[in-house]
Ligand binder design. Sequence first.
Ligand code: FAD
Length: 291
Amino acid sequence: AINRNLHDVQGKTKVSFEFFPPKTEQMEQTLWQSIERLAPLTPSFVSVTYGANSGERDRTHDIIKSIKQRTGLIAAPHLTCVDASVEELKQIARDYWDNGIRHIVALRGDLPAGTTEKPALYAADLVEILRSVADFDISVAAYPEVHPEAPNAQFDLLNLKRKVDAGASRAITQFFFDVEKFLRYRDRCAAVGIDVDIIPGILPVTNFKQLLKFAALTNVAVPGWMHNAYEGLEQDATTRNLVAANIAMEMVKVLSREGVEHFHFYTLNRSELSYAICHLLGVRPIAQPQV
Ligand code: FAD
């Protein structure tokens, strides 16, 4: 099934969109404009992040509730376990379930800066806790370039297997720019018996400077060709957007030909680039979007 043409997969492709809780009223407006623009593409689900240790879980929950009400889409809150006890997590899970939330993105979360102790709970434990409460649909994180804390790649891969064995139904990857690394990772997942979808996390990069900081923290390689692509565009947001779209489109085209049928977009609460990439993938609105 490999090496299909792009037009062969049109109509089959599934997408999901990730948002984060806005900090200002203006950011909130942008978020809702983006959700309204992307909703007619009928994503499999949309998710809303929750910053571990931020104490702002309610904001994530509020947005999830509004998305469900306003769009009818499946909305999945991200939930971290690094900052809560088992009892608290069970209570949160029960609340979510009672509010009709059936899909959770289960994460450990980053340790607070300066922590040297091992955390009490890892994401695999959270998956087990959620499963003990109700029959949630659970997504977990995967790292084609290895999570920065993992002792080695095989350990990290087997950690993903533990999360799947505990009950996760799909894995969403950290963003990446080297498509080959993703494909090799997907093969290695299959080789150790991970039988769920490994969904590439696509980040269209409009702010290259910020990306470099984030990539360094997350152990994601930024290839030389990308440095070259963004060189000299520090003051030119319009061209950066075009470059970002082009790079992400090239990536999804190759991934699509390699059989990837579900793409997860790190939208950063913007719709333009994700919308354009979806259009190219044949993911089109079911009704005319309101613009
Ligand atoms: P885990 O799967 O628990 O792995 C964490 C590390 O511990 C890995 O190195 C793993 O190999 C290692 N490990 C696992 N089990 C053990 C063990 N028993 N002993 C020793 N080491 C072990 N962060 C947020 O705060 N909020 C979000 O909303 C959020 N959303 C995300 C969405 C996606 C798709 C991704 C890819 C990441 C997201 N993150 C988010 C970041 C994530 O919380 C961090 O990467 C975090 O450091 C690890 O979370 P995890 O769920 O992958 O942890």
